[in-house]
Design a protein around this ligand. Structure first.
Ligand code: SIN
Length: 532
């Protein structure tokens, strides 16, 4: 089946839905999403949206905090845009009905690591869910937007998929849509359009322990890379310092806002340890806190550290963190007001991705990216807490304006596109390989490409990942695609990109720490890593 729309949006998180609402007045929009519409990384975000919303704060301070956390690699132009346009985007969310937490009618601003003042706008500890709720409500009231649930993008449509007559005429690569697997009908459909937004979120599932939901398999980065887009900075994987120990998959996040509220990290014997790593102690940026925890665990041979809230008023803890308190109490039999929380780091966020300019344009014409899948240059070598939802809002808005302009002015017509061809492919009985391989790639990445790396570990990882790629690609070519296989292929692709970028960066900076090059080397590495 072939569908044609004016705009195609891949993913239904904050970036995709915000963009869809902005472009809907200019054409019809397909939002394609893997599961149900609310299932996105956004939905799991606890902390909030960082924005300059108080008199004690300033654009300069937020810019400075973002740049200093990014360790020299954040692009100042993108950071300025992020910070200056943030408050307006946030007010738009309020206008569509997002209920942020207020105190005496004024937004309650929380604190997180690396921020020099309180600036986290939040909805208790379920900010992402509240934003997603309001955006979905607005989308449901917008007739021009059609949401395709249970559709997994397989491949972007480019010149490569055009019928012969159109091939070779274009000098640059264009994106004209996507092939997507309808998981219910078990059929690959063609969705064509002159503008596509990638807003597929993150890739945390590359790692064994992650805060990301099962859908976060790096589909956007992998597809864009295969289509020829520029990808950068994949070595900068952010590990969230505090997820509940042994909480299953995905790991249950204990928001950084808990430390912002006064939670203290301690070793199992009750000792505070963060002062040895950073004067900001438990409120240092995430790269430092995750590294400190990892170091203490290895030094002591222990499995977790403790996040202690017992000194804080119990009723205030319950009031500020109702979700975390309830999940810990009911699901994990842990009263966080009376017992310290056992925590460990887990993969949380990819600072690299599909390179875009400040208007969301990728290196492929007609292909835009916003949210975690994109690499605007804001985060550099480490992301400042709660800048991610903000980035998604600001750059999806700019991407929407740029896409509308592109559609009006220079977007060429859609050529005739070949339908998906799965003749000659087989239904395989060997699905078990898929799940085994997924687990294997996660284990490899966790063991060899984690918080602390080395040449030796990266080389081991690369050999194993290449082996998996050489197994998965032929399997993909001869087998009828399934969601599991598509995801596995993308996970392997992303793993390889992460390892290859990490191997290029022969220094330690931000989220990339290697025992072979312990120092930051501005002379040779003060630049993005372009994936080869
Ligand atoms: C958190 O609540 O700690 C996550 C927020 C973020 O990733 O910025």
């Amino acid at each position: 089946m072939t569908y044609t729309f004016d705009f195609i949006v891949l993913g239904s998180g904050i970036a995709g839905l915000s963009y869809a609402l902005k472009v809907a007045p200019f054409g019809n929009v397909a939002v394609i999403t893997k599961k149900e519409r609310a299932e996105s990384n956004t939905n799991y975000a606890q902390g909030g949206v960082a924005a300059v919303m108080s008199a004690v704060d300033s654009f300069e301070l937020h810019v400075e905090d973002t740049l200093s956390t990014g360790m020299g690699l954040s692009h100042r132009d993108a950071v300025e845009v992020l910070v200056r346009e943030g408050p307006s985007r946030l007010r738009e969310l309020v206008e569509i009905g997002v209920q942020f937490t207020r105190k005496n009618g004024v937004l309650d601003l929380g604190r997180e690591g690396g921020h020099s003042v309180n600036r986290i706008v939040h909805a208790k500890d379920l900010t992402g869910r509240e934003i997603e709720r309001a955006l979905l409500q607005a989308v449901s009231e917008t007739p021009n937007i059609r949401v395709f649930e249970n559709h997994t993008a397989v491949e972007l449509i480019t010149e490569h998929h055009a019928a012969d007559a159109a091939r070779g005429r274009q000098k640059s690569i264009h994106c004209w849509g996507v092939y997507a697997l309808n998981s219910i009908e078990k059929r690959v459909d063609s969705f064509t359009s002159r503008v596509v937004l990638l807003s597929t979120g993150g890739l945390g599932q590359v790692y064994l322990h992650t805060t990301n939901p099962l859908i976060a398999t790096g589909d956007g980065v992998a597809m864009a890379y295969r289509a020829g887009a520029t990808i950068a900075n994949m070595e900068f994987i952010q590990f969230h310092p505090t997820t509940l120990f042994n909480s299953g998959s995905p790991s249950f996040l204990i928001s950084e806002a808990v430390r912002g509220f006064g939670g203290i990290l301690r070793t199992q014997d009750g000792e505070e340890f963060m002062q040895a790593y950073d004067p900001r102690k438990s409120l240092a940026p995430r790269d430092i806190v995750a590294y400190a925890i990892d170091t203490e665990l290895k030094r002591r041979g222990e499995e977790y550290v403790l996040l202690d809230l017992r000194h804080l008023p119990a009723d205030e803890v319950r009031e500020h963190f109702p979700y975390i308190e309830e999940v810990c109490r009911t699901r994990f039999k842990l009263d966080i007001t009376r017992e310290p929380i056992p925590v460990v780091p887990a993969a949380h966020y990819s600072c690299g991705g599909v390179v875009t300019d400040v208007d969301g344009r990728t290196s492929i014409l007609g292909l835009y990216a916003a949210g975690e899948v994109g690499m605007t240059g804001v985060h550099g070598a480490n992301r400042l807490a709660s800048n991610s939802l903000l980035e998604a809002l600001v750059f999806s808005d700019r991407g929407a304006r740029a896409s509308v302009e592109y559609l009006r002015s220079s977007a060429p017509p859609i050529p005739s596109v070949r339908p998906w061809d799965d003749s000659g492919t087989l239904n395989s009985e060997e699905w078990i390989l898929v799940s085994h391989n997924r687990r294997e790639i996660q284990q490899i990445m966790w063991d060899y490409v984690g918080i602390v790396r080395s040449n030796h570990r990266l080389e081991r990882a690369l050999r194993r990942v290449e082996l998996m790629r050489n197994e998965v690609e032929p399997f993909y070519k001869k087998t009828r695609v399934t969601e599991g296989l598509i995801e596995l292929r993308n996970l392997v692709q992303c793993a390889e990109l992460i390892v290859r970028c990490a191997m290029q960066r022969k220094e330690s900076r931000g989220l990339h720490v290697t025992t072979d090059y312990r120092e930051r080397d501005d002379l040779h590495f003060l630049h993005d890593t372009i994936a080869e």
